[in-house]
Design a protein around this ligand. Structure first.
Ligand code: HEM
Length: 93
């Protein structure tokens, strides 16, 4: 979700590279924090709302990502912290 993707070693293996690039492009198209400052307040609010529902529904972080990056799994405390932060941010716009 930004232009600062750090590619892992296995990105040199096909079809992994294709699978990864596809997800990275899709993820950036949906939500790109490198573009955040250029979003209107209306757009920011709508993205923040999507972040809340994606986290609540356990859709993000993507399971194909957390399968390898176990440290990215959110426990309930972390989940709640992000939800509080995002909700506060949304209400301040
Ligand atoms: C807590 C972490 C994350 C949050 C809050 C988050 C949030 C979001 C949001 C809000 C969307 C837009 C969905 C929509 O509007 O319907 C999205 C899409 C997407 N995200 Fe994430 N994301 C997270 C982590 C990740 C990770 C780790 C990946 C892995 C590569 C990823 C890959 C994608 C992809 C591929 C899409 C577009 C396709 C889809 O909706 O499945 N995201 N994400």
């Amino acid at each position: 979700h930004s232009n600062n993707t750090s590619y892992p070693w296995y990105n040199t293996v096909q079809p992994v590279a294709w699978f990864l690039e596809n997800h990275i492009e899709e993820g950036k198209a949906e939500l790109n924090f490198s573009e955040w400052d250029n979003y209107s307040n209306r757009r920011k609010k709508s993205k923040l709302k999507s972040i809340v529902s994606q986290i609540k529904d356990n859709k993000m972080p993507l399971s194909s990502y957390t399968f390898i990056h176990k440290e990215a799994v959110l426990d309930n405390t972390k989940r709640q912290e992000i939800l509080n932060y995002i909700t506060e941010l949304k209400d301040s716009l």
